[in-house]
Design a binder for this molecule. Structure first.
Ligand SMILES: Cc1ncc(COP(=O)(O)O)c(C=O)c1O
Length: 437
């Protein structure tokens, strides 16, 4: 086909349009651990495509659930009406959650889940008479999607700088990356729990009475798998409690088994007040997100006459029947294959294999937790990001899909992976690293 003409109309997300359209990378099909390109090459999925296909591709229960749902109830209104599968899904999901995170609100993406959680936090304080708590605290290097709230609490400069002054009243904790003592740490790094105390600095500056919530990814994914120092999240929770600040975990990546527990909340033994999720909820197959709220938050909204709307928020596709069917099929698949805990079994082998790349050309750090990990390269002569992008292209040519941020190459393979897939991943990566200047 004439790529120059045929590829022009589509303005692709987060893509180098000109480079892509000159040398397109198109997938035609996918099954299990592999995607297949339009020219028939198999590419191993090293990152669950976009951290979302946790059960691998083309899973029969999900395919069948969607097929059946389309012929039964394709859509149903979600405001003031409902359908049984949304309630069934909500019950199945809250059963996976710790503590009192027993209510769930449906969205269509991670970005929408974040916006929803931020709005819940501010409104929660207001309905209980603390309307001065309006500030939101994010963290440097955080990624919380691309909508205005998420972008504002996010901390990746390239995602923010083009878009004006963003949401007012937002501040950021310092990130936890870069302590030289933590280089090549296996799992949670030893040093830096005290960085959580940065929240005390912001409390001093703004006063706790103005702060609604803190949002963090338990493990920062998009910034290149930045694992929290031991004790950091527990300390953040304690500081939030001391000051009446809600803690929001953005588990869009860490949710649904990535760390070997259903959610990172269980892995770290920290119960947040709100949890934003998406991606693995439907195995990436149909767009869907979900926000989990502690009972105290849900209950606080149930005031006033019973026939008034309690939370003025929602999406046309909240709890969409097709998405609910896909999510139920996904949960069945996770259950049958034991995928929500499988990462715990894979993690030691994964850690060992990935860290074997220490000493390879240009490698300046390797990080891992659960079944996610990253290899960071030194920036090359062509400037930051060029070497990372070269790695993305060469890995793709060599039959391995990854994600890159700057010069960091990230992996989070489907949770169905076996040791042999890890071996192929590391071997391919090792070869490619040798080939990059
Ligand atoms: C932690 C986190 N939050 C939010 C998002 C945004 O999700 P979406 O792209 O579905 O809007 C992502 C996407 O990668 C993410 O990793």
């Amino acid at each position: 086909m004439d790529h120059a003409n045929d590829l022009e109309a589509y303005w692709m997300p987060f893509t180098a349009q000109r480079q892509f359209k000159a040398t397109p990378r198109l997938f035609a099909s996918a099954d299990g651990m592999y995607l297949r390109t339009t020219d028939g090459r198999a590419v191993m999925d090293g990152v669950s495509s976009m951290w979302c296909c946790n059960a691998g591709h083309n899973r029969p229960r999900i395919v069948e659930a969607i097929r059946a749902q389309a012929g039964e109830l394709d859509y149903a209104p979600g405001y003031q009406f409902g359908h049984p599968k949304a309630f069934e899904l909500a019950n199945r999901l809250v059963a996976l959650m710790p503590g009192t995170l027993k209510h769930v609100f449906f969205t269509n993406s991670g970005s929408e889940s974040v916006e929803t959680a931020l709005k819940m936090a501010i409104a929660y304080h207001r309905v209980r008479g603390e309307g001065s708590r309006v500030r939101l605290i994010g963290r440097e290097k955080g990624y919380h999607g691309v909508n205005f709230g998420g972008m504002s609490v996010g901390g990746m400069p390239a995602n923010r700088k083009m878009f004006g002054t963003l949401v007012a009243g937002v501040d950021h904790l310092r990130h936890t990356h870069g302590d030289p003592r933590n280089l090549f740490a296996r799992g949670e790094p030893e040093h830096g729990a005290e960085l959580a105390d940065d929240l005390e600095r912001l409390v001093q500056l703004h006063d706790a009475s103005t702060i609604a919530a803190v949002i963090v990814e338990p493990v920062q994914g998009s910034a290149g798998v930045i694992v929290p120092p031991k004790g950091y999240l527990q300390r953040l929770r304690a500081i939030c409690d001391r000051h009446g600040i809600l803690l929001i975990f953005d588990e869009v990546i860490t949710g649904f088994g990535r760390l070997g527990t259903p959610f990172a909340a269980q892995y770290f033994g920290v119960e947040p007040d709100l949890v934003a999720t998406a991606k693995g909820l439907t195995n990436g197959v149909i767009p869907m997100g979900a926000v989990f709220a502690q009972s105290k938050i849900y209950q606080a909204f149930l005031q006033g006459p019973p026939n008034t709307i309690d939370f003025f928020h929602g999406y046309t596709y909240s709890g969409n029947p097709m998405a609910c069917a896909a999510a139920l099929g996904t949960l069945d698949t996770y259950d049958e294959d034991g995928l929500l805990t499988r990462a715990a079994m894979l993690a030691p082998y994964w850690e060992q294999a990935l860290h074997a790349l220490r000493g390879e050309r240009n490698v300046i750090d390797i990080r891992n937790l659960g079944f996610m990990g990253a290899v960071e390269l030194a920036p090359g002569a062509a400037g930051p990001g060029a070497r990372g992008f070269a790695a993305l292209l060469r890995l793709y040519e060599a039959g391995l899909l990854c994600r890159t941020t700057g010069d960091t190459i990230a992996f989070a393979p489907p949770l169905i992976a076996e040791h042999k897939h890890i071996d192929v991943l590391v071997e391919t990566l090792g070869k490619v690293l040798k080939s990059i200047d």
